[in-house]
Design a protein around this ligand. Structure first.
Ligand SMILES: O=c1ccn([C@@H]2O[C@H](COP(=O)(O)OP(=O)(O)O[C@H]3O[C@H](CO)[C@@H](O)[C@H](O)[C@H]3O)[C@@H](O)[C@H]2O)c(=O)[nH]1
Length: 473
């Protein structure tokens, strides 16, 4: 490639596993095309990143800034996985303190572009001052961004919604019929979080500034999947360039080097999966930020038991807590399910497990990465949204008949083991679930087709090359 066409891009994701991973995925795709990436984060986050392939290690430079000290935040906490949900605002305080070192770095490195996340509401004005083109890289669907609202209003008058109930109705800027709203219990959790520390800007205000100040908005999704939402964003809400980057489907590397990273763990898991029937296993996981209450854990466990289906359950520690989730399971549960269920503590090689043919369904908290990973392999989704925008994702997927939402009580969000078991059986084996299973398998062509998705990345690169600002000398 001619030097003039080689882009220098700074990546600056929010401090969360579910954000670092896709930012790195996009970095790898750009680096494969010969562009130079400076991937900026804090030491523990950079250490936890998946390994960068040898052939790209000179193109992706990791840039580490120490995480600033924030009173009342546990020491060593650098990512959303390290702190309970109620302390996320404090983590954002620390994140905002990265503005000075990042600004100094941008002044000296003078990249063509900086890609940033929703949390860096302050970054567009820094980039504008330095004459650097800036892209808001959204790891949220166009539907979710539309629900959040027009940046122009969020940046000037703020969010018109103040009461929990306001989030349970379709916003007035959505001109077509939609059921994309939160349930009351989902919002109550959100409100509890902001009540603990109201000092920083709310997430929705961060979104407003991140999107409103950007030169372009890049969305990890595709207009074929959610055409009406892309049109609404582009024509009415954002009125600026919006570039879909496709789904960035995960690629399973079954080479020796990669399998060694997951070590014995993967070979044991694979051995168990190999013994199960094709499409029979339900993989159950709730990402890196969410956790279930003791009551919910019990109902979920009993639901898995009563479904009588084989399952692989990733039961991670509760974020920011020393409590062991295993101790909260119903008495005798592990013994009763030992012949058909695996309960896995700690990090699981999720993408590899989902890619295995024995897996037919995925009970997920509806993090956007997990949804993409499940549909990449055509697994039918059983939806159990917990936090953040997950309720909106669940409604979107349920509406498109790509997943079944486990019924919860509207007011307190409680669910029963019977509804868990019933949703699982409908999704996996009952005749009434055939069309759901078929749709999930069919949609692989959108989510998982690497060539189709790479076309989006190629178009993005053209855009970045043609629209970068002249470099400041
Ligand atoms: O044991 C584990 C746990 C997680 N993962 C991976 O970690 C990522 C988790 O991402 P996601 O499914 O999106 O869940 P969260 O980390 O909980 O996601 C946060 O970030 C997402 C993207 O913005 C949002 O959709 C969610 O609401 C938010 O909680 C995925 O790639 C998983 O494959 C593993 O491989 N093994």
């Amino acid at each position: 490639m001619e030097d003039g066409n080689r882009l220098q891009v700074v990546m600056f994701p929010w401090l969360a596993t579910g954000h670092l991973i896709p930012f790195l995925q996009l970095s790898k795709l750009l680096a494969e095309k010969g562009h130079k990436i400076f991937f900026v984060s804090t030491p523990r986050n950079l250490n936890r990143l998946p390994k960068i392939p040898k052939q790209l290690s000179s193109e992706i430079i990791l840039v580490s800034f120490p995480f600033p000290h924030v009173p009342n935040l546990p020491s060593c906490a650098e990512s959303s996985t390290d702190v309970p949900y109620t302390k996320q605002q404090l983590l954002k305080k620390g994140f905002d303190l990265l503005e000075p070192p990042l600004t100094t770095f941008l002044e000296s490195s003078k990249p063509d572009w900086i890609f940033y996340d929703y949390a860096s509401h302050w970054l567009p004005s820094v980039a504008a001052r330095l004459g650097i083109s800036c892209a808001f890289f959204s790891l949220f669907t166009a539907a979710c961004l539309s629900y959040i609202g027009p940046p122009s209003a969020l940046m000037t008058i703020g969010d018109p919604r103040s009461k929990a109930e306001d989030f349970t109705v379709v916003p007035k800027w959505i001109p077509f019929e939609s059921d994309l709203v939160f349930r009351l219990h989902e919002v109550t959790k959100y409100v509890e979080k902001t009540e603990e520390d109201e000092t920083g800007p709310s997430d929705l205000i961060r979104f407003g500034f991140a999107a409103g100040g950007s030169d372009v908005v890049i969305i990890r999704s595709s207009p074929e999947f959610e055409p009406e939402w892309f049109n609404l964003l582009h024509d009415q809400l954002y009125k600026k360039p919006i570039i879909p980057v496709g789904f960035l489907p995960p690629i399973v590397e079954h080479n020796e080097e990669d399998d060694n990273i997951d070590g014995h763990e993967w070979s044991n898991i694979k051995e168990w999966l190999d013994k199960q029937k094709v499409h029979s296993v339900v993989y159950v996981a709730i990402g890196t930020e969410a956790s279930l209450s003791g009551e919910e854990l019990k109902e979920l466990a009993l639901g898995l038991e009563n479904s009588t289906l084989p399952f692989f359950w990733v039961l991670n520690k509760i974020p920011g807590s020393t409590k062991n989730a295993l101790d909260m399971l119903p008495d005798g549960f592990q013994e009763r399910v030992k012949n058909r269920g695996i309960i896995h503590g700690g990090w699981a090689p999720q993408v590899k497990i989902l890619s295995h043919d024995s897996v037919g369904g995925f009970m997920t908290h509806c993090g956007w990465n997990s949804i993409i990973e499940g549909l990449t392999f055509g697994r039918v989704l059983i939806l159990l949204p917990i936090l953040n925008e997950q309720g909106l994702n669940s409604r979107l997927l349920h509406g498109k008949k790509l997943g079944l939402e486990i019924p919860r009580k509207e007011q307190d969000g409680s669910f029963t083991w019977a509804s868990v078991a019933e949703s699982m059986r409908t999704a996996m084996v009952d005749d009434s679930g055939v069309s759901w299973r078929n749709r999930a398998r069919e949609i692989r062509y959108l989510f998982g087709d690497v060539d189709r998705n790479n076309c989006f990345v190629a178009r993005l690169v053209n855009y970045l090359t043609e629209n970068k600002k002249a470099r400041v000398p």
